[in-house]
Design a protein around this ligand. Structure first.
Ligand code: S3P
Length: 418
């Protein structure tokens, strides 16, 4: 599908972004091994989370809408065929951890993009735990019990950390993961709420063997990474006022909002509350100043990893030289996001220089509508759509249907707000 996006003079309205994708995956996986029925309302409607749901069904779990029939810690059964993780790295890596700890062998497969993504980062530490784990193709399980390890992650990754914590629930002794940056901690938050022996101490997350997990009865917060597109768009389009209702603001997720605020964007929080033990607010975003460029180093890049393509769009409108460095991980996401944004924004007239691990962007620059390619990557499609809202003339985004992965009604929301 080609999405045509035209510039707008104002964004206005209130929307509810989809349920958080990261939390939704975890609720489906942990609810599946809980003792009894969980109720998880507001799961992400995206295709990635559907991939996790269908894998859990293939492992013998009854999932129907918001109801998850937990089978207990040892109740999963071998799938009849390979588990299809679709486009979802979170599905593949988290399930690799859970399934490495099961007495049966599982094979996990994915689409072309996912098949290219690195799985050694999860296979290697699982082997250190004594698991049978091979890749490619990804095959895990059948050799238990596992033993706990202390793992110093060479690349900060919430997916790897979560995989090891899930395996650690079944291991003898403690399993801990130490990172140089605090990556998203939704697994730890949910495990604690389910009564698992989990401990978090700054950069270290640890679990011990759990005999059972209490079922969940929760509402999933709105996805900050989806809300981010509107925080940026409202800040860039004059006269905008956008309200985003019920957005999760776990501090391990919100570094992007802090960067926007630091360059002068107007973002307000209202009605703080807790949902699923996660902090939630209504966010109000409006047009703000753009006082200075941004500088992002390795640690800051890890803290706003999914928002970096969007930050590149914002940087084209900031005065001076913005440097987004330490972002080599973007090369192994759903697409090579460093190349995808350099190409897309260059086509739109931005001054953006690509290097091995980031971009240097000169601004401010008036963007021009162009024909650009989403490269099958949902976050690229949506970041380019935000750029299109401030460009002169129309922009055509090829392959825009990939927004289905995390935000199926993104273009409906765009039409409503614009
Ligand atoms: C996610 C972790 C991040 C992020 C992805 C979701 C998660 O990946 O980019 O969109 O739910 O744990 P990495 O762990 O590879 O950084």
């Amino acid at each position: 599908m080609i999405a045509t996006v035209r510039p707008t003079h104002r964004l206005e309205g209130a929307i509810k972004v989809p349920g958080d994708k990261s939390i939704s995956h975890r609720a489906l996986i942990l609810g599946s091994i809980a003792s009894g029925e969980s109720h998880v309302r507001g799961l992400s409607p995206g295709a990635d989370v559907q991939s996790t749901a269908s894998c859990m069904r293939a492992l013998g779990v009854d999932i129907d809408g918001s109801r998850i029939g937990g089978v207990g810690m040892s109740g999963l059964r071998a799938s009849a065929g390979a588990l299809d993780c679709g486009n979802s790295g979170t599905t593949m890596r988290l399930l690799a951890g859970l399934l490495a700890a099961q007495p049966f062998v599982s094979e996990l497969m994915g689409d072309e993009s996912l098949s290219r993504r690195p799985m050694g980062r999860v296979v290697d530490p699982l082997r250190d735990m004594g698991a049978a784990a091979d890749w490619p193709p990804l095959r895990v399980g059948g050799k238990v019990p596992l033993r706990g390890i202390e793992y110093e992650a060479p690349v900060p990754s919430a997916q790897v950390k979560s995989a090891l914590l899930l395996a650690g629930l079944y291991a003898d002794g403690a399993t801990s993961v130490v990172e140089s940056v605090r990556t998203r901690d939704h697994t730890e938050v949910m495990l604690a709420a389910m009564g698992a022996p989990v401990q978090v101490d700054r950069f270290r997350s640890a679990v011990s063997r759990a005999d059972e997990l209490a079922p969940l009865d929760v509402d999933v917060p709105g996805d900050f990474s989806a809300a981010a597109f509107w925080l940026a768009a409202a800040g860039l389009v004059h006269g905008s006022v956008v309200r985003l209702l019920g957005v999760g603001v776990n501090p391990t997720r919100t570094a992007f909002a802090d960067v926007l605020a630091s360059v002068g964007f107007a973002i307000r929080r209202a009605k703080p509350r807790l949902e699923a033990n996660e902090p939630v607010v209504d966010l109000e975003a409006g047009h703000g100043d753009r006082a200075r460029p941004v500088r992002v180093d390795h640690d800051a890049a890890a803290a706003m990893i999914d928002e970096l393509p969007l930050l590149a769009v914002v940087a084209t409108q900031l005065p001076g030289t913005s440097v987004i460095a330490g972002a080599a991980e973007l090369r192994v996401k759903e697409s090579d996001r460093l190349v995808a944004m350099a190409e897309g924004l260059s086509a739109m007239g931005a001054v953006i220089e690509l290097d091995d691990e980031g971009w240097t962007i000169q601004g401010p620059r008036v963007l021009e509508g162009a024909r650009v390619d989403a490269r099958g990557d949902h976050r690229i499609a949506m970041a380019l759509a935000v750029a299109a809202l401030i460009a002169d003339g129309k922009t055509e985004i090829e392959g825009a249907e990939c927004v289905e992965i995390s935000y199926p009604n993104f273009f409906d929301h765009l039409e409503y707000l614009a």
